[in-house]
Design a protein around this ligand. Structure first.
Ligand SMILES: [Zn+2]
Length: 344
């Protein structure tokens, strides 16, 4: 079938590739509708690796997907042919300790789309376990359905923060993950989110998403805004979503005593943080890796209108132009947030 394939570091092609796809009793076959491009896809193209995951043989990209059920296995009862769905891209092993203890995202044997050696879904169809396939409400489009994956990261971060109603959160970084984390924080009960970046266009968009106060830290004093909004106490929650080393090292600075700091972004190396400040404020530090048990909730929040990701869907390419989509990601303009590929 046609697919977008990373051949090796720096080489990508839209071409035919053979994929072994047998439908088991618990599986569904899905015609792919929309796939979002993620930084990880682009890393496998430009660097040929992310950490210990190395592209040693041609690999299909793409893990943020929605589609239509073509066929269901004999034991699948919650889905039928024609259903519009989105798919959770990580399939854990059911017998690992991590899965058994509720952390299936940490299962070392998890098979995650477009993570070597597992193929992604920038292709015509895929066979996937029914248990990791979720029906979309009628009012959620395929494009929105393909946003459930990044939104799931934001919801997982919101869970880690243990939001109390009325909390004020600070989101550092207004990239895609910063945006979906802000949406998740508001849906989870935050009264206000203060959001930082240095790109005015990103902050202007963020401001339209809800009770969000944008702060351009290139020209404005973040401490003053935090002080004004929180009566000088600091925020209840900090979500570090910039992945920038210096920003991550400053994550404690505006936290209130007793606050929680959730590290979501991934700097490209170790950072140091101020233990003394963490100690005197008794900060709780949390980390996230992908997500667990939030897909159905993400779908429900979109269906009910509590979360609207439509403003984040800025760029769309047809499948035949998917190499251009990857290049567009590499040269992303300030008004772009999510680049998606239409498979039809
Ligand atoms: Zn992603």
């Amino acid at each position: 079938m046609r697919a977008l394939v990373v051949e090796k570091k720096g080489e990508i092609a839209l071409r035919d590739i053979e994929v072994d796809e047998n439908l088991g009793p618990d599986d569904v076959r899905i015609k792919i509708a929309v796939v979002g491009i993620c930084a990880s896809d682009v890393h496998y193209f430009t660097d040929g690796r992310i950490g210990k995951f190395i592209v040693n043989e041609p690999m299909i990209l793409g893990h943020e997907a929605s589609g239509t059920v073509l066929e269901v296995g004999s034991d699948v009862t919650h889905l039928s042919k024609g259903d519009r769905v989105c798919m959770e891209p990580g399939i854990p092993s059911s017998d690992s300790i991590e899965t058994k203890t509720g952390h299936y995202n940490l299962d070392p044997k998890v098979r995650f789309w477009a993570t070597p050696p597992v193929h992604g879904v920038l292709r015509e169809s895929v066979v996937h376990p029914g248990g990791y396939t979720y029906k979309l409400p009628d009012n959620v489009s395929f494009a929105e359905g393909a946003m459930i994956e990044p939104l799931a990261v934001g919801l997982h971060a919101a869970n880690k923060a243990k939001i109390a109603p009325g909390d004020v959160a600070l989101v550092l970084g207004a990239g895609t993950i910063g945006m979906v984390t802000a949406l998740a924080a508001l849906a989870g009960g935050c009264s206000r989110v203060i959001m930082t970046d240095v790109i005015p266009e990103k902050l202007a968009l963020a401001e339209t998403l809800g009770a969000i106060t944008p702060v351009n830290v290139a020209s404005k004093d973040l401490g003053k805004t935090v002080g004004d909004i929180t009566g000088g106490r600091g925020v209840n929650i900090v979500f570090e979503c910039s992945g920038n080393k210096k920003v991550a090292e400053s994550a404690f600075d505006h936290a209130a005593p007793g606050a929680t700091v959730v590290f979501v972004g991934l700097p490209d190396g170790p950072i140091s943080y101020d233990l003394l400040q963490g100690s005197v404020k008794e900060l709780t530090v949390e980390h996230v890796f992908r997500y667990t048990n939030v897909y159905d909730r993400a779908v429900a929040l979109m269906g009910s209108g509590k979360i609207d990701v439509k403003p984040l869907l800025t760029d769309r390419f047809p499948f035949e132009k998917s190499v251009d989509a990857i290049n567009a990601f590499l040269n992303m303009g300030p008004t772009s947030v999510k680049i998606q590929i239409d498979m039809d």
